[in-house]
Design a protein around this ligand. Structure first.
Ligand SMILES: C[S@@+](CC[C@H](N)C(=O)[O-])C[C@H]1O[C@@H](n2cnc3c(N)ncnc32)[C@H](O)[C@@H]1O
Length: 343
């Protein structure tokens, strides 16, 4: 028997649960914390669950962490911190890897997530002399980092120890990080920046990117700002700040009508379109794409079954692309982000 808190997009939680049943047919949702976070009870032990989840990461799973202890809060900061500290003493941290504390507070007005992070963090540093890692500005890339996840939901707390690797993402609330990043055009900039981070892709100066469905221009801005040549394709307007870039060309047409044979190094596609049509539009454009070039594409869901929409997209693109990965990024709501390589 084990419990985990998972994060997904609310519309995808049923599809995710169906998939988790392949690991443990008895698994069920015990609590809905809202915002796409759920407490899931499994009948198998935590090691088996995590091993399976890390081995075959499900597309719709954004984040997962174990719940080692849970209970009621007293809504007195000092007393509650003491209670959480006694949980940590029982969990047993390793002295070999640095730690971070990630607290999410949902519907508790008595104190903030930061109050708990600071107090509990100082306690661990002092008592266990383990190096703390706190960074509100970037996603850490140390996969062995120990993470104490604490979820406060009203008067309840849920605490568990994981690692960045086993949690599938090094932070439980990337919004805290992304919201500190500067926004120039629109919020979807963060979606591309998260995608580039996940796939560890660094845009190269003077390389060419085709941006399908570019308006208002968030993604084009991100790539042009990294000095890529950007061909922004969208019948809708681009923001004036994007048009100011000398390295951005706006093709004010539908992607299906774009016929230039540019040898691009990257295609990004965020078109509001049925996945099958979107995939076909990509094929029409990528005949001259260099082998090994990356395609980053959002697969947008207007209707289920979502797994089927993904399968169909992969099938169509397989004529010219091989799949690298599919992720439900923190910035994906009714969609996933797929990464392909040109064959
Ligand atoms: C979600 S928005 C893209 C936002 C963009 N990634 C950004 O960062 O600003 C989707 C865009 O797809 C465009 N679109 C829809 N169908 C299209 C098509 N057939 N060809 C090109 N663009 C299309 C829409 O005009 C819309 O601007």
């Amino acid at each position: 028997m084990s419990e985990f808190i998972i994060t997904t997009s609310p519309i995808l939680h049923k599809a995710l649960l169906n998939d988790l049943k392949h690991i443990d047919s008895a698994c069920k949702i015990k609590k809905d914390f809202k915002e796409g976070r759920y407490l899931i009870a499994f009948s198998k032990n935590p090691e088996i669950i995590i091993k399976n989840i890390v081995q075959k990461r499900h597309f719709f799973l954004k984040h997962i962490h174990p719940v080692d202890y849970s209970g009621n809060l007293l809504n007195d900061l000092n007393k509650d911190v003491e209670m959480l500290q006694s949980c940590i003493d029982r969990i047993g941290l390793s002295p070999d890897n640095r730690f971070s504390i990630q607290v999410i507070n949902i519907e508790n007005q008595e104190y903030t997530a930061k109050d708990i992070e600071v107090q509990v963090g100082q306690y661990i540093e002092k008592k266990y002399a383990i190096e703390a890692y706190f960074n509100d500005y970037d996603l850490p890339d140390d996969i062995n980092q120990q993470i104490i996840n604490i979820l406060i939901f009203g008067n309840n707390y849920f605490i568990g120890l994981g690692t960045a690797r086993n949690n599938l993402c090094s932070v439980s609330d990337p919004y805290r990080i992304f919201s500190r990043w500067e926004m120039h055009i629109c919020r979807s900039e963060f979606k591309l920046r998260e995608a580039l981070k996940v796939i560890d892709y660094h845009p190269i100066e003077a390389h060419t990117a085709i941006d399908l469905g570019a308006s208002p221009g968030g993604w084009s801005y991100v790539l042009a700002n990294k000095k890529m040549k950007v061909i922004a394709i969208d019948p809708a307007k681009l923001d004036a700040q994007v048009l100011e870039f000398k390295n951005v060309t706006h093709e004010k047409i539908r992607a299906e009508n774009y016929s230039d044979s540019v040898k691009a190094n990257l295609i990004v596609n965020d078109m509001n379109m049925e996945p099958i049509d979107s995939a076909n539009a990509v094929l029409g454009i990528s005949k001259n794409l260099k082998t090994g070039s990356l395609l980053i594409m959002t697969i947008k869901f207007t209707h289920g079954p979502y797994d089927k929409r993904i399968e169909e997209t992969i099938e169509i693109l397989s004529k010219q692309y091989s799949l690298i990965d599919i992720r439900c990024l923190f910035h994906n709501k009714q969609e996933v982000t797929a990464f392909f390589k040109k064959t």
